[in-house]
Design a protein around this ligand. Structure first.
Ligand code: ATP
Ligand code: MG
Length: 452
């Protein structure tokens, strides 16, 4: 087949056979975030370029190399969002959300665009689930964010991720650290890449994040930020750790994490895969950015957030062999013979769907044999064939495709009768899928307490 064109490099199609996984994941993430009090925010896919230059930081890889920036027809510089924090922070300021009760807790699922070299786990269009908490300096908030991410992984059954945390201090203690880093990297000036030479002058911490093998080898021996924290930052980090300990959340301290945003302060963290198939893949990360809101023109508003890459989350789910709940199947397929029966099938399907039943009939004008073949292929749980004589008799036999059982239903009360059967069979399936252990693990006293 000679295709006229293909999808742009680094972009992906999610096909119907797989999209249920994305849908399940997105619903789960938003539901869990909602239990933590996060409300969804939706911001535009493109913004003025200066927002990202400021909000992400113009010494970052994202801003220096990866942005999709173009002039629109009015000559304005526009950028497709490379991440979600900057847009959420802009909206927080633009709509005066700082006047609402603080902290403001927002979450989002967005597409992001970065001009990176496409490879496994790295795309030019990808998707992020992100959360932001605006307006709290408390270490409890840092732990709460980590706990949210943890809850998500636990719910999905992902247990081969390691939480790595670090503190990168505040501008006060970082000044000293920058001096030490600069002195260290100065002695490797000849070997650093061109970008890092520039970083050496503007923001030496960025060198720690450089992906070039030579720079990362030099960076491995560099002074670590934890040795330079001021008393306040030290205490903050200690408190974050004690909350994590109290919540039984395991973590590893990795003094090398600096994260890709310039305005991160204090706590930073990443979730790194330890599965052999996806080892080292960073699934998500975040931290505190106490300086960002001020940088964008607002009052001093200590804030924090994190983002997970959905494609990476799906790949660790797959690597661990986790099956996400299946796609919506066809509950009943109503085959028909002749025009009159087809009209009847269309009417019954409309009524059934109003009751929440997944119902389909032939919309391709096929023979009854071909209709049944199709019903089988799409995994219909029940089928029936309506012909003229069934309409005359006023009844039709439906077949349970799993066990072959047949039941005759009156056409007049078809929707009500089938709906009750369908609810019953769903309840039976649920009971079957719950093992004795599940029942044993139900805390009956707690349940009864909730009912009282
Ligand atoms: P990396 O170090 O892998 O480049 P990053 O520090 O640039 O990641 P963030 O800006 O923190 O990533 O974005 C948050 C999450 O978004 C990452 O942890 C990852 O899961 C995902 N992500 C980032 N870039 C991409 C990409 N190009 N393709 C797919 N997912 C990505
Ligand atoms: Mg990156």
């Amino acid at each position: 087949m000679a295709l006229f064109t293909k999808a742009v490099k680094g972009t992906q199609d999610v096909l119907p056979a797989n999209s249920y996984k994305n849908r399940f994941l997105e619903n789960t993430l938003l539901d869990i975030a909602s239990n933590f009090g996060f409300k969804e925010i939706r911001t535009p896919v493109f913004e003025h370029t200066e927002l990202f230059a400021r909000g992400v930081g113009d010494t970052t890889d994202v801003v220096q190399k990866e942005m999709y920036t173009f002039l629109d027809k009015g000559g304005r510089s526009i950028t497709l969002r490379p991440e979600g924090t900057a847009g959420a922070a802009r909206a927080f300021l633009e709509h005066g959300l700082f006047n609402e009760p603080l902290p403001q807790k927002v979450c989002y699922i967005t597409s992001c665009y970065r001009y990176e070299k496409p490879q496994s786990g790295r795309y030019r269009e990808f998707h992020q689930f992100g959360v932001e908490v605006f307006g709290t300096p408390s270490p409890a908030a840092d732990a709460e964010l980590i706990s949210l991410a943890n809850e998500i992984f636990a719910f999905l059954g992902i247990d081969d991720l390691t939480l790595e945390i670090n503190s990168i201090g505040c501008p006060k203690c970082r000044a000293e650290y920058h001096k030490a880093l600069k002195a260290y990297f100065e002695s490797y000036k000849e070997e650093l890449c061109g970008t890092c030479l520039d970083r050496l002058e503007r923001n030496p911490m960025r060198i720690l994040d450089c992906k070039s093998p030579i720079c990362s080898k030099i960076a491995a021996e560099a002074p670590v930020v934890l040795d330079y924290l001021c008393d306040e930052c030290k205490e903050h980090f200690e408190k974050v750790k004690s909350y994590l300990d109290a919540l039984n959340i395991e973590y590893k301290i990795n003094p090398k994490i600096v994260r890709g945003l310039d305005y991160y302060t204090k706590t930073v963290f990443e979730f790194v895969s330890s599965n052999e198939k996806t080892a080292g893949l960073v699934c998500g990360g975040g931290g505190r950015y106490d300086g960002l809101i001020e940088e964008l023109g607002g009052q001093h508003t200590p804030s924090l957030g994190f983002a997970m890459g959905l494609e990476r989350l799906l790949s660790v789910i797959e690597a661990q062999g986790i099956e996400l709940p299946g796609e919506q199947k066809c509950d009943i397929y109503i085959a028909s013979i002749g025009d009159k029966a087809s009209l009847k099938a269309a009417g019954i399907c409309t009524d059934l769907r109003a009751e929440g039943v997944g119902a389909q009939f032939d919309i391709a004008g096929r023979s009854v044999k071909a209709q049944m073949k199709y019903a089988d292929k799409i995994g219909a749980k029940f089928t029936c064939v309506i012909g003229d004589d069934d309409i005359e008799k006023g009844e039709v036999a439906i077949k349970n495709m799993e066990n072959g059982e047949k039941t005759v239903l009156a056409l007049d009360t078809f929707t009500d009768d089938f709906s009750s059967m369908w609810v019953q069979s769903a309840a039976n399936a649920l009971a079957d899928s719950l093992s004795n252990e599940d029942f044993a693990s139900l805390d009956i006293n707690n349940l009864m307490g909730g009912l009282k």
